[in-house]
Design a protein around this ligand. Sequence first.
Ligand code: TYM
Length: 338
Amino acid sequence: MRVVSGIQPTGNLHLGNYLGAIRNWVAMQDAMDDGSECLFFLADLHAISQPHDPAELRAGTLEMTAALVACGIDPERSILFNQAQIPAHGELQWLLAGTARMGWLNRMTQWKDKAGKNREGQSVALFSYPVLQAADVLLYQATHVPVGEDQKQHLELARDIAQKFNTDFASEEAPVFTLPDAIIPPQAARIMSLRNGNAKMSKSDPSEMSRINLADDADTVMKKVKKAKTDPEPLPSEKAGLEGRAEALNLVTIYSALTGDNVEQVLRDHGGQGFGNFKPVLGEALVEHLRPINERFVALKDDREELDAILARGAAQARERGLPTLDAAYKALGLVRG
Ligand code: TYM
């Protein structure tokens, strides 16, 4: 098993990232047996596909490293690094760009959402973003890629690219790339904004009140939950009663993901309660869950030496893991490299 996944180091790590992806990374790391490996990275190269501030990106990369360690990623057991230290990601992206099709990229919903009506004004990097993402996982022969629902389409594209490359330039008996499987959590695959139950919780939402950040203190968490948009009805006792109530469903989903009780159980316990009762219960559960993460994060986030050392060690290990596949891809394409 080779587990590979990444996160953009822009903005804060929020509850959507944590419940949708990072928690799964930690679970997979903790379940690893001998011969299996996890590689987790900061997708700093992806972050330059949209307007950004260089100083913020540098600081954000270190801060997100601290956040991942605070969440339970152990750099002694997992390989933790940032893309920019591994030139092979960019190199493989170019090699795969000969295989990826314009039509495939044009169909990516994230491209359509982010570009909106102004496609002509977007960077080439935003358009070819999923090819770099394919390179990220194919470089390491990833078998499993734990992500939230919104990355599923990008992973399908990575499989399509790998499949076509193998067919065009290798053979079934000796493929260059492994086809990776997306691992999406059964619940919490898509945590929604606290201000709009139909929009995903996201770092790019201008409203801080739309998301819980893992670095938020207890008062902030309680305040955000209290102000979360809801409807006037009490919670139903059965799941069917949540239909058409996106905000209520989102809060119940978050509570369910935190406590480990499924949605049916949560509604059995809290059905009939109004949000005036349920919100403080949810807020407390969040504060309890986030407290140890918060403490570890605060202790590590300014330890520049330690964070640099973690990333340097991870980069050295990742470089070594990626080399054979990069060489095989060059060779398969007929490129002479001395
Ligand atoms: P990013 O940085 O937007 O998000 C990191 C992870 O968090 C998940 N996620 C969510 N899950 C549930 N609910 C939400 N509201 C929510 N918001 C985010 C994402 O699905 C993701 O798993 N392109 C990727 C980073 C990337 C990558 C990769 C991922 C680059 N290369 C290779 C996997 C494999 C991104 O921008 O994720």
